[in-house]
Each structure stands twice: as C-alpha cells, then as structure tokens.
Design a protein around this ligand. Sequence first.
Ligand SMILES: NC(=O)c1ccc[n+]([C@@H]2O[C@H](COP(=O)([O-])OP(=O)(O)OC[C@H]3O[C@@H](n4cnc5c(N)ncnc54)[C@H](OP(=O)(O)O)[C@@H]3O)[C@@H](O)[C@H]2O)c1
Length: 300
Amino acid sequence: MEILLIGQEGQLAFELERTLACLGSVTALGRQSHIPLDLLDPKGVSAIVRALKPDLIVNAAAYTAVDNAESQQDLAYRINAEAVAQLAQEAKGLKIPIVHYSTDYVFDGQSSHAYLEDDPTGPLSVYGHSKLQGEIALRDAGIPHLIFRTAWVYGRRGQNFLLTMLRLMKEREVLSIVDDQRGAPTWCRLIAEATTLALSQCIHEGRLQLGHRQGTYHLTAGGETTWYGFAEAIRKLGIERGYLPEACATLSAITTAQYPTAARRPAHAVLGTQKLRAAFGIALPTWDKGLDLCLTAMGD
Ligand SMILES: NC(=O)c1ccc[n+]([C@@H]2O[C@H](COP(=O)([O-])OP(=O)(O)OC[C@H]3O[C@@H](n4cnc5c(N)ncnc54)[C@H](OP(=O)(O)O)[C@@H]3O)[C@@H](O)[C@H]2O)c1
C-alpha cells in the first residue's frame, strides 16, 4: 500500500511516519521535505498527489498556532479548511480514502459531560472554527474517511506543553498554570499507534476498505485533568526521571481570566472515546500513564 503522509515535520506526523511504515510504503512530505508540499499551493498539491497516486492520504498537517490564528484567519482557513477540501477532491479523483485529524476545540466546552462525536459543535476560536470547516469539507466530499478528533497533543519533539514545561521549570522559580480548563493530554505516539491499529483492521486482501467504520472518532487519552494537573504530573515525573532538578520551579494555580490569550479556549473539552472502542476495540491509556510512557521513551 502506498501512503502519502502530509505534515512531515509535525509532532504527530513524525510518529505516524514510523507506525504507518508497518502498513506500507510511506511518503512523508512537508514544506521542508525533498519534494516540498505546501498546502497553500493547491496546484503543487494536485501535481504531487496525481504523480504519487497513493492508496491512502493521511493528513497530519494543520495550522496549529491557536492564538496567532485570531489575527491570521486567512492562513488558518486556507490550511485547515480549503486545503482539506482540495485533498478530499484529489482523493475522490483517485478513489482513495483520507485519514484526517481534528480537535476538541470544535466544541464550546460548556458541557458537563464528555462530548460525543455527534454532539453539537460550537468553536470559540478561529482555529476551532477552521478545523470544523475542514471536517465538514471532508464529510461533504462523499469519500471514505476517518476523522480523529484529538486534544492537548504533546510529544518528544516540536512545540508542546510538555517540552515547554520541562524548559521553564528549569529556568523559573514559580510558574503560574491555568487550573480551570479540563482536557485529556494525549501523547502523539499513542495517536499514531491507534491510527495504525485502526487502519490495519480495515485492510482486506491487501486493500484498505473503511466500509461502515468510516466516520468521525474521538481519539484522546483516558481520564481528564487541568493544565495545572498536567504540569504537576510533569514536575513530579520529571524529577523522578532526572529530567528536572529537585529545586525546579514551584507551581501556582491560576484561572483562565488571570491568563488572557488571544483565542478563547473551551473550559471542559473532554471527549468521550467509546465509539472508537466499540468500532475498533481501541482505547488509549489514561493521560498520566501516557505521560509516564512518553517520559520513559524520552530517555531512549
Ligand atoms: N497540538 C495539539 O495540541 C492538537 C490538539 C488537537 C488536535 N490537533 C490536531 O492534530 C493534528 C496534528 O497536530 P500536531 O500537534 O502534530 O501539529 P504540529 O506539530 O504543529 O505540526 C503541524 C504540521 O503542519 C505543517 N503545516 C503547517 N502549514 C502547512 C502548509 N501550508 N503546508 C504543509 N504543511 C503545513 C507544519 O509544517 P511546518 O513545520 O513547515 O510549519 C507541521 O509539520 C492537526 O490536525 C491538529 O489540528 C493538535
């Protein structure tokens, strides 16, 4: 199976390039790759897809700068919505499926329960809205697809909360961390592994057939916490594993109102993942177990 993976440099794409290699031949392309693929260049994207003729497109690229998106709306929509619509048309032309990723930020975070896939959306930010438009474009294209909504993604490379905390906890004496937004921090390696496991179940006689299992799924770690709770766990495990000195920064819990950002974020964006478990028998470990596994892997 020939797989075109878009977003080579991203934290999730990095892991996907490795896990998807078990399913076939992966061509991972991004703006810096040997064949540069820029989602802002529709003609270039068409030419690449038509030349490669993959059996599957996995799109892990996105405009992910949540706060910057408020002032760069055009860029966010072109990458997160228009480019996804174009990829869907290319996939339709080749009669191949697409795997795509979306976000908990498509919800408004006002629900007291974990959101299910069919719950009404209500993004609070340009980023969340642009990602929702990408989802809609993919569904409307009428091609076989999997959309995995994930959340609070971190990993061993790139820009993420884990790496920022490990750096700042060495530089500062006190860190103020928001304690009234709830979510499930999710290690990108586990997202990549779950994606690959799900796809492997849809390969029949060498061909990928999503069949009735196509659709939108929530794919996050189990459990929930706040950014403060996540930071506390990073601090504790970081000291235990020798990534942080005993005398690293102490943490102070603050409210969202005390930490104004350009983009509004959902207060309670916990995603229910039972649909994924029912369809594929896949459930990620709890967020603290995932963090433990990630920190262990950092020493490899
Ligand atoms: N990060 C999170 O907390 C989070 C939460 C929920 C959902 N998600 C979703 O999960 C997926 C993966 O996110 P991630 O955390 O891996 O993001 P990431 O580390 O920020 O990587 C995003 C990738 O997209 C690429 N990209 C951006 N603009 C592009 C363009 N015009 N053409 C080609 N590539 C472009 C970037 O390339 P450059 O290096 O060239 O910029 C980068 O490789 C995305 O769909 C994201 O929306 C992420």
